[in-house]
Design a protein around this ligand. Structure first.
Ligand SMILES: NC(=O)c1ccc[n+]([C@@H]2O[C@H](COP(=O)([O-])OP(=O)(O)OC[C@H]3O[C@@H](n4cnc5c(N)ncnc54)[C@H](O)[C@@H]3O)[C@@H](O)[C@H]2O)c1
Length: 320
């Protein structure tokens, strides 16, 4: 039985990945951790939790030793928009945190590490539709810089020390359980909350902005499938492209309007437009498909219908 530590577990992905891991491995075998303590009754209350700043190597080491951790899902990070507001913090958390995880793993005990990368590794010189697996990686955000470095560091620890480090380039993740944490694709989640609550949304990117996205159930499936994959099949380690769905902001608004009569979306691009413009519109994920049988299961219409079905009762009950 694996003994798993999830860092950054209170975030958008961790709050759904942690329960999925607990379902597979048993609640007591999956330790959630984060800088911030999750609210009582949150998705993390189904099992153990420790506060942890991933920059604190000795605390991380103590947690790994005390709980006999052999696998780390390292999700703690500062995302793109927040990173641009505080580049030094993004570098510290994303790089020092990852180095701490990898060094503790190398020293013994931890055998498997999952560390997600992002479409933010791409930049304006990358082919946009689709972005190939092996291509120019010259991002224009500090977040993207840390993610390219993270991919290369992970690959280095695989080659140099024989550690099992795996990662994939998540597109923008859309989910209904925990709000996103300061990324450029957050509009694709915010729009649902505002559409249901007010019938209006002011989008911070242009209507013709097309970005790669993925619905949370596919994100969880992809993560577990990569970690389950037989090592002998893997032709890559820390940088798998994975595609879910790609749509423009206007297409998303149009799909939501099919469910919410009279919904109006307006567009007022801010500094995040430049970040969105530097990212590709779609991804070539042939390696993920060949190596670990990756296939997305949600398209724009099934994702939209499912989001509204989950959020509407919750948000309208709150208002009542
Ligand atoms: N959500 C997306 O759309 C997306 C897309 C691409 C990649 N990713 C990657 O997936 C991972 C998880 O992202 P997320 O969307 O859940 O992010 P999030 O911002 O929702 O959650 C990150 C969590 O990390 C925690 N954290 C921040 N600094 C910390 C520190 N010093 N020590 C410990 N915890 C700290 C935060 O409290 C937060 O709960 C990140 O590596 C991110 O780069 C996410």
């Amino acid at each position: 039985m694996q003994r798993i530590l999830v860092t950054g577990a209170a975030g958008q992905i961790g709050s759904e990945l942690t329960p999925a891991l607990r379902e597979r491995h048993g609640s007591t075998n999956v330790l959630a951790s984060d800088l911030r303590v999750p609210a009582a009754g949150s998705h993390l209350s189904s099992g153990p939790f420790e506060t942890l700043d991933v920059r604190d190597r000795s605390r991380l080491q103590d947690i790994v030793s005390d709980h006999r951790i052999d696998t780390i899902y390292h999700l703690a990070a500062i995302l793109s928009a927040t990173g641009e507001a505080n580049p030094q913090l993004a570098w510290d958390v994303n790089i020092a945190g990852l180095v701490n995880v990898l060094e503790i793993a190398r020293a013994g005990g931890v055998r498997h590490v999952f560390c997600p990368s992002s479409i933010a590794v791409f930049g304006p010189e990358t082919p946009r539709d689709p972005a190939p697996q092996l291509t120019v990686l010259r991002p224009s955000t500090i977040y993207g810089l840390t993610k390219v470095t993270g991919e290369l560091l992970g690959d280095y620890y695989v080659q140099r020390y024989g550690l099992d480090v795996r990662g994939l380039r998540y597109p923008g993740i859309i989910s209904s359980e925990t709000p996103p944490g300061g990324g450029t694709t957050d509009y694709a989640v915010d729009i649902f909350y505002q559409a249901i609550q007010t019938g209006r949304y002011t989008c911070f990117v242009r209507q013709d902005t097309v970005l790669p996205m993925m619905y949370m159930p596919d994100c969880i499936r992809a993560t577990l499938a990569l970690m389950d994959a037989d090592t002998s099949r893997l032709t890559r380690h820390c940088d798998y492209n994975i595609a879910g769905l790609s749509f423009s902001a206007a297409q998303l608004a149009g799909e939501i309007a099919k469910h919410i009569r009279g919904f109006v979306c307006t567009y007022e691009p801010d500094f995040r437009q430049a970040i969105a413009d530097s990212w590709p519109q779609s991804l070539d994920d042939r390696h993920a498909r060949a190596d670990w049988d990756w296939r997305p299961s949600f398209d724009l219409s099934s994702m939209t219908a499912d989001m509204i079905q989950r959020l509407r009762p919750r948000l309208t009950a709150k208002r009542a």
